[in-house]
Design a protein around this ligand. Structure first.
Ligand code: CTP
Length: 421
């Protein structure tokens, strides 16, 4: 038996006073409504692990929307409701709390979203993915701090195990395959033996999951501290080919992700940069398949296309003696994350230096004269304007001119040469 833990104390020790007070009040109000309120899921797991998590998920045996509306009157927050699932989100100051009605779920067909029915906390915990995520803490007066752990979550936390609650878990919802790998790698746990077998058995079920749900899982992985660990494990268990057979979760990727983190520090690398590095080994056709498997939004899709297209230009970009304007011409069509990904991925220090020069200097170089200025100097309106602007920009990039006066002189010279023709 796990030793007795005072969950009330744990909450007070680890969560900010504002949230602790909120939960107290919410528990009191639920009580007066004759409902039972619980803190559930990831935050309970993280409280027990001593890890920071401010994403409060509350479950009420009753009516979450009505309870949220009553709570909103107290903390003057904003409320967003989803009547179909009877859930609500409360937001005030910098805080956000999710409130759901305890529910049972049945899956009509694998991979589809479940049919839900209001139910008890036990049923609500039984519908969840892993034992360590299927624990709750009572918040009502008289129940405050009481743990609800019907599936042995605390034992599994101690043994560092990721365990499903039943044999159909991955069939019902194959996104749990990715979730399982994510928790295993984040927490340094292991998939429990039978869970691992079920996971491997159900890998084909990933084909039942919509692009949007798979993309969400990939985004969650990319927000982890070390996403490469999840991809490595996914390759080892042959889950990664379900994203695309040519993807690699190897040491090369790990090194590049590490470099991307160093470069972006203290922020985390943008999703676009991580994705570009992940997709780097792919051909253009393979990239298109990955884009549609994940139904990537336009800008992320373009970023991957840019990455792969630019990969094909890296030899040119490494040409010795390439002028700054030549570098500019090669790189300007591509997105910044595509350039950064290529600079991290290339074996050519020269190409990488040229990308660095573009991103830190060349892309900011502008000319001073406007189209109106050019016309005042005597350039005829029409295609010549564009031609001269490009000429001035090129001369600026290559350091041949450095001031507005230089630009004026260059335009005058150009006009004089034109007249002599
Ligand atoms: N859940 C589930 N099956 C899923 C998704 C979620 O059972 N496919 C349950 C789990 O109990 C999980 C809770 O819903 O704890 C909340 O989901 P989510 O916010 O995705 O997970 P967290 O546990 O909060 O994880 P994280 O720390 O990654 O945010």
């Amino acid at each position: 038996m796990p030793k007795r833990i005072n969950f009330g104390k744990l909450i007070e020790k680890q969560l900010p006073a504002e949230l602790v007070n909120f939960m107290w009040v919410a528990g009191e109000i639920a009580h007066t409504r004759g409902e039972k309120l619980y803190l559930v899921g990831g935050v309970v797991r993280d409280l027990l692990l001593g890890q920071a998590n401010l994403d409060l998920d509350l479950v009420v045996e009753g009516n979450a929307i009505e309870l949220a509306q009553q709570l909103k009157k107290i903390n003057k927050g904003k409320i967003t409701t989803h009547p179909r699932f009877n859930t609500a989100k409360l937001q005030w100051d910098n805080w956000s709390v999710d409130l759901a009605t305890a529910r049972s779920e049945t899956y009509d067909k694998p991979g589809a979203l479940p049919t839900v029915k209001p139910s008890s906390i036990d049923d609500d915990l039984s519908r969840r993915d892993f034992t360590i995520n299927a624990m709750a803490i009572g918040l009502n007066p008289g129940y405050y701090g009481r743990p609800v752990d019907p599936h042995g979550g605390r034992d599994d936390l101690k043994s560092k195990l990721i365990r499903v609650l039943h044999g159909q878990s991955f069939t019902d919802d194959a996104t749990r395959i990715w979730r399982g790998l994510r928790y295993e790698q984040r927490l340094d746990f292991h998939l429990e033996r039978k869970t691992l077998k079920l996971l491997q058995r159900d890998i084909p079920m990933l084909d039942t999951i919509s692009a949007d749900r798979i993309r969400y899982e990939v985004e969650c992985i990319l927000k982890e501290k070390y996403p490469e660990k999840v991809f490595r494990r996914a390759e080892e268990l042959e889950v990664l080919p379900k994203l695309h057979p040519a993807l690699k979760g190897n040491g090369w990727l790990a090194e590049r992700f590490e470099q991307a983190r160093k470069l972006s520090f203290p922020a985390l690398p943008e999703v676009g940069l991580y994705l570009a590095l992940l997709a780097y080994p792919l051909t253009s056709e393979e990239t298109e398949r990955l884009i549609s498997r994940l139904r990537l939004p336009k800008s992320l899709a373009q970023n991957l296309r840019d990455t792969i297209a630019l990969k094909g230009k890296m030899r040119l970009l490494a040409t010795p003696g390439l002028s700054p304007s030549g570098i500019y011409r090669l790189l300007a069509p591509y997105s910044s994350p595509a350039m950064v990904a290529n600079s991290l991925a290339t074996e050519s220090p020269a190409a990488s230096q040229n990308i660095h020069m573009y991103l830190t200097r060349l892309k900011y170089i502008e000319i001073s004269l406007t189209g109106d200025d050019l016309m005042r100097l005597g350039v005829a309106p029409g295609p010549h304007i564009r031609e001269i602007i490009e000429l001035l920009h090129k001369a600026r990039l290559d350091g041949k001119i450095t001031s507005k006066q230089d630009e004026v002189d260059l335009v005058k010279g150009w006009l004089a040469a034109k007249q002599m023709k």
